[in-house]
Write a protein that binds this ligand. Structure first.
Ligand code: PYR
Length: 505
């Protein structure tokens, strides 16, 4: 239906289809009949009905991957193109709360005053739209693992070496054979446009400038091709994969990614169902009028009190299994890495099945609460793979990655000392671009660069090969107690969880 022959429909005609009985919406200038889809919409019918007969682009964009409509609606429901001059503008009412937020955004400090990644988080919390902050910052259940991810690094202490000539320090390395200026990569995080209109493009550009690798998320707000098209020639990108219940969709995506030059496929294995992120869920619930929620419940087959996470994730296949691995090996030559491994037994199985590595991760504490931190799991994986398969780490053939809770180059170097090839950093870059766009991510990477340089010197390590296990005391890592009286992340940025609200009388 696309192209020259596309039917042109007037805004007036679209406006007449503004009910549950006949619901048309406009997204990016195209008209769709979503009447039959209303009850299937993972985010519930109410939000679509709010835009019935109108242009829904602004609401649609941040929370949907660009191809969501084309994937879910049969072609006959793509009605044509709207005549742009005839569309009535949707009135956006700016609340007092939003005005205050915009004021805070205008008053944010200059980047020169941002000294570390915690600062970005602090500013982001103040200047981001509430829903976006809730989605990015939330974690599963009581958020114990989310806090533990960071706290675990507090239980590892350095044993630095002295009197080594550290005039020149080099912390570049290779990830899966591809050079990176620092031993970290920008890991996959969903819905970048919730935080900034350029979404994940901010990360693509900053990764290019700093010579680090970006992992493109399946659930990016920007389209996959846009992120690849905007990479510099030769810029290395990886892909994070959520596996679709419809394997033909996954196969097409993986083959396309390989053909577009993606260098490695990170298959997420810790999310057969997305965890309960109650801050996110509460946001969504608060956005509704409680009385209407009760009234409409009968009509609404989908539980929509589940926040952004639920709204975007219903396609993920909970049936994914070890027996699918050979299928992946058949459809792509890209190195395969499992993202979300949490014990040595699974790491060993991944090695035995010929995979290229594993990310020891609990999904930023967003999945199973009381999962251990990736850095803690790293220690047992290194020990058991050496014992059982004679492997030494870091290892070129089977690489170990860690993510979660990292806020300093100091944290990253602890993982390197313990055997990781590199570390994934996610939320801090989201907070950086949500507050300052591309310049924020650029500044965050500059900060990390400076921290690496200083820490390498203070450790007495001239290159990453000299960051060795003997340099750390990780003997307390397994005791899950945080022996610090206070912590900047939790004292100033971490937001306590709320309880259900009493209705006003
Ligand atoms: C998350 O919200 O954690 C996803 O991975 C989509």
């Amino acid at each position: 239906m696309a192209g020259q022959d596309e039917k042109v429909i007037s805004g007036k005609e679209v406006a007449q289809h503004n009910s549950r009985e006949s619901c048309w919406i406009i997204v990016h200038g195209k008209v769709y009949d979503v009447t039959d889809f209303l009850d299937e919409h993972p985010g519930g019918s109410k939000i679509i009905l709010k835009y019935a007969g109108k242009d829904a682009t602004a609401e649609y964009d941040p929370i949907h991957p660009p191809d969501a409509i084309t994937t879910h609606l049969p072609p006959e429901k793509h009605l044509g193109r709207v005549d742009p001059g005839t569309v009535e503008k949707v009135e956006v009412q700016i609340t007092d709360q939003e005005k205050e937020r915009q004021q805070r955004l205008a008053n944010r400090p200059p980047l020169s005053e941002i000294l570390n990644l915690h600062d970005f988080e602090y500013i982001a919390r103040a200047v981001m739209p509430e829903k976006a902050w809730a989605y990015y910052s939330s974690a599963a259940d009581d958020e114990i693992t989310n806090r533990e991810n960071h706290a675990a690094y507090h239980r590892i202490w350095w044993r630095p070496r002295i009197l080594r000539d550290v005039t020149h320090v080099d912390f570049s390395t290779k990830i899966l054979g591809h050079p990176t200026k620092m031993p970290l990569y920008i890991t996959a995080t969903a819905l970048g446009k919730l935080g900034h209109p350029d979404g994940e493009l901010n990360l693509t550009r900053a990764a290019a400038k700093h010579g680090v690798i970006q992992m493109i998320p399946t659930l990016a707000s920007c389209s996959f091709d846009e992120l690849v098209d905007n990479a510099k020639p030769g810029q290395v990108q990886f892909l994070q994969l959520y596996v679709n219940k419809d394997r033909s969709i996954t196969e097409k995506f993986v083959r396309h990614a390989e053909q577009r030059g993606i260098k490695a496929l990170f298959i997420t294995v810790d999310a057969p169902q997305l965890g309960r992120r109650e801050k996110d869920m509460r946001q969504k619930f608060d956005a509704e009028d409680p009385a209407e929620v009760t009234e409409n419940k009968q009509q609404d087959k989908v539980d929509r009190s589940q926040g952004a996470a639920r709204a975007i994730s219903s396609f993920i296949d909970p049936g994914l299994d070890w027996k699918d691995i050979p299928w992946f090996q058949k459809i792509t030559k890209m190195p395969l890495i499992l993202k979300g491994v949490q014990c040595w037994e699974d790491a060993l199985q991944a090695y035995d099945m010929g995979l290229a590595g594993v990310v020891l991760s609990n999904h930023g504490g967003r999945q199973l609460d009381f999962s251990r931190s990736g850095i803690e799991v790293l220690v047992e994986v290194v020990r058991e793979l050496k014992k059982q398969r004679g492997l030494n780490f870091p290892n070129e053939k089977f690489q170990l990655f860690v993510d979660g809770g990292v806020r300093r180059a100091n944290d990253v170097l602890k993982a390197i000392a313990l055997g990781a090839t590199a570390v994934g950093v996610g939320r801090p870059f989201l907070y950086a671009f949500s507050s300052y766009g591309f310049e924020g991510v650029d500044h965050a990477l500059n900060i990390l660069h400076d921290e690496f340089e200083m820490n390498m010197r203070l450790l007495g390590a001239r290159n990453l090969k000299e960051v060795v296990p003997e340099m750390v005391d990780a003997s307390s890592l397994q005791s899950h107690i945080v022996a610090v009286p206070g912590d900047r992340l939790y004292d100033s940025n971490y937001e306590s969880m709320q309880h259900a609200r009493l209705r006003e009388v």
